[in-house]
Design a protein around this ligand. Sequence first.
Ligand code: DX5
Ligand code: ZN
Length: 218
Amino acid sequence: DRKIKIAPSILSADFANFGQEIRAIEDQGADWVHVDVMDGHFVPNLTFGPPAVKAFRPHVKTFMDVHLMIAPVDPYIEDYAEAGADMITAHVEAGPHIHRTIQAIKAQGVKAGVSLNPGTPLESIEHVLDLVDMVLIMTVNPGFGGQKFIHSGVEKTRRLRQMIGDREIHIQIDGGVTTETAPLVAEAGADVLVAGSAVFKGGSVDKADVYGDNMRAI
Ligand code: DX5
Ligand code: ZN
């Protein structure tokens, strides 16, 4: 059946050593590297612009999964694609034209994801399912790592997997994924798990084996 991929979020990594941190999680078995872009407008936090993502790129050997928590999103799609994103995920809440946004991401030749916040109904993305490679279900209100998992995301995942049917679309869960919550969403149909604090806690570039232990536990 479905193999579960782990996508550690570098939002929880050491902000003074991103290159080493990225290499460490990939050496320890990360499937993807999840890059949380925040603009201080769509979410109450500010993280990485295109130059930062461009600097991460040479250190990523697996797959650079860029989660854009920004609004408006369309003006920046080309910049993040040129910075080296393998996938760009936009929020359905970020503007009025999600169908056009997904088309613009695909026009850059990268994989396209759509994300929805905990309070946003699945129906909002029903009409772009034929366009996307992935749906990201937020199980925290976006902006920070280390928050508590919002359990309504489990049934939401199950319903989404039914909506998807036999289409090849990843379901990514993002927020509060731990050893306790991961099995719930995996059973409900998720196949990509983002984890920030659960992967990076207790480890460091000098204790990268802790990252591996944390990932294997999830
Ligand atoms: C939150 C981000 C998540 C977050 C996950 O807005 O989109 O990717 O970094 O961190 P944890 O796994 O600690 O909830
Ligand atoms: Zn994220």
